[in-house]
Design a protein around this ligand. Structure first.
Ligand SMILES: Nc1ncnc2c1ncn2[C@@H]1O[C@H](COP(=O)(O)OP(=O)(O)OP(=O)(O)O)[C@@H](O)[C@H]1O
Length: 259
């Protein structure tokens, strides 16, 4: 393991052009280490998605720099160093689930037999082994989101960037998939950055929660989530979990009061 951060964001500002020029981010400094699970949390409009998109090279910063695996974000994008998962699964309705998962591999020119094998392995990983030949519209929302995660993981990226991946799901499904995400993260050792609105979700999943303040978005503070033992559904009922949730909530309230 080396000490070089997997993602390093330095002095990033973002102002969207236009008559009223929205300054979405100011002076963002953030580093994400190998195997970290970092959540970006903050009030609506504070620039969480913009920051994630800048890390993914989907949006250009106005100032500052982003390095991913030691290279500029654009180079990391070309090298497919990361996978992305959005709020909506975005599967193609006319392809089977397996062929959706194969899609990024097909684009990369991976041979058919290997593609099949990797799609099968990823669908096993997200616990959808029986859905390979089904179409997305035959699956529940939670199953579709799992297929989207399998698709993002198929090229075996070392980094996963997720923008509210579970927010379209009902509470039970959401908690179930949180457990699955935790399992996948610990099985694969992937570095994760996730945008969420949920304090409990951020605390349950993350090694570090980054709390952002609005107008323009800045890093208001971070909480290193310290929970004893392996995290399971029972973790949510422990005093330590409540303690961490309270810590994050207090920070978030402080941010809102100061705004
Ligand atoms: N393409 C764009 N053009 C102009 N303004 C934009 C654009 N994208 C985002 N913004 C503005 O930048 C600010 C931050 O938006 P962003 O979507 O990053 O916030 P967010 O924290 O992810 O919000 P939410 O939690 O509601 O999803 C907002 O004021 C938004 O209106």
């Amino acid at each position: 393991m080396n000490d070089q951060p997997v993602i390093s964001v330095e002095g990033v500002d973002k102002t969207f052009p236009g008559k009223d020029g929205v300054q979405a981010l100011r002076g963002i400094d953030l580093t994400v280490g190998e195997g970290d699970f970092v959540s970006l949390l903050g009030p609506s409009g504070c620039g969480k998605s913009t920051l994630l998109r800048i890390m993914a090279d989907l949006t250009e910063p106005t100032a500052g720099s982003v390095r991913v695996n030691g290279k500029p974000a654009a180079a990391a994008r070309r090298d497919r160093d990361y996978g992305m998962v959005f709020q909506q699964p975005g599967l193609l309705d006319w392809r089977t689930v397996a062929r959706n998962v194969e899609l990024p591999l097909q684009v990369m020119g991976v041979a058919k037999a290997e593609r099949r094998e990797r799609a099968r392995a990823m669908l096993d990983l997200v616990r959808l082994p029986d859905s390979q030949r089904r179409f997305p519209w035959q699956l529940s929302g939670g199953m579709q989101q799992r297929a989207a995660i399998a698709r993002a993981l198929a090229p075996e990226p070392r980094i996963l960037l997720m923008d509210e991946p579970l927010s379209a799901l009902d509470e039970m499904n959401r908690e179930h998939l949180q457990g699955e995400l935790l399992r996948i993260w610990s099985d694969t050792g992937t570095t994760v950055v996730m945008v969420t609105h949920s304090i409990a979700e951020a605390v349950f999943l993350s090694t570090r929660v980054v709390v952002m303040s609005p107008r323009p978005g800045r890093v208001a503070g971070t909480v290193d989530v310290d929970l004893p033992g392996r995290r399971t559904a029972a973790t949510r009922n422990t005093p330590e979990f409540f303690e961490q949730v309270t810590k994050v909530r207090t920070m978030l309230h402080g941010v809102l009061e100061a705004a």
